[in-house]
Design a protein around this ligand. Structure first.
Ligand code: PXP
Length: 245
């Protein structure tokens, strides 16, 4: 089974917002990603609207032909927005305004009632929900009890670790993925993945999909967006391929 690649186009919008221009357009970028082989498009509608805007999500809902994954905080306003726009998938993420990017997974165990209620309301709106969690058995068990269909394992600690630390973090991801899978959850992963570190995550058998943004958009500055998506696709496939020796 290949691993699906969902490309996060947030940072195309970051470039646009930096100047308040109409370009570059994350909607056009999403089309290029799909043409280059992306299996889905991911956007994070942050509460401070620092990159993706409401209108981007509304237009993407009309234009994306693969799958639209909306990352958002578990607030009433965001749940109401999602129920109106109806992305294929919502990924609930923690959000602090001051952070540079999403730091740490959602504390599902610690905010169980809030998360369970958000998952239930999204389910009633016909939206599949994924929870972005650290690869901890406690958080994974809580995610299952909260009614999530998918857990997205946070790969940031693995991506930031060096040497033996990276092996330790990878082992946590392997354990978390196996635990989630055996509990009946589907398994995704993402954050901080690059051409160099994605292979080992793609090799984890129960991981079905990866959400990758910053590295692809960064590489696109140098090699073009379609080529950056193709290179990531190839790195994922190479990591997934059974070893011949
Ligand atoms: N998955 C989730 C839940 C995220 O919040 C992000 C960042 O928005 C990503 C994946 C993508 O991370 P990166 O941009 O580092 O590839």
């Amino acid at each position: 089974m290949t691993v699906r690649l969902h490309v996060n186009v947030d940072h195309v919008a970051t470039l646009r917002q930096a100047r308040g221009t109409r370009y570059p357009d994350p909607v056009a970028a999403a089309t290029v990603c799909e043409l280059a082989g992306a299996d889905g498009i991911t956007v994070h509608l942050r509460e401070d609207r620092r990159h993706i805007q409401d209108r981007d999500v509304v237009v993407l809902r009309e234009t994306v032909g693969t799958l639209l994954n909306l990352e958002m905080a578990a607030t009433d306003a965001m749940v109401a927005f999602a129920a109106r726009v109806r992305p294929d998938l919502v990924t609930l993420v923690p959000e602090k305004r001051e952070e540079r990017t999403t730091e740490g997974g959602l504390d599902v165990a610690g905010s169980f009632d809030l998360v369970r209620s958000a998952v239930a309301r999204l389910h009633d709106a016909g939206i599949v929900t994924s929870l972005f969690v650290d690869p901890s058995r406690t958080q994974i068990d809580a995610s299952r009890r909260a009614g999530a269909a998918i857990v997205e394992l946070h790969t940031g600690d693995y991506a930031n670790a060096r040497g033996a630390g990276a092996a330790t973090e990878l082992a946590r991801l392997v354990d978390g993925a196996a635990h989630a899978w055996s509990s009946g959850l589907r398994v995704a992963a993402g954050h901080g993945l690059t051409l160099r570190n994605v292979g080992a995550v793609a090799a984890i058998v129960s991981v079905e999909e990866l959400n990758i943004g910053h590295a692809i958009v960064a590489d696109s500055v140098l090699v073009g967006l379609a080529e950056a998506v193709r290179r990531m696709r190839a790195a994922i496939d190479a990591g997934r391929a059974p070893r011949s020796s």
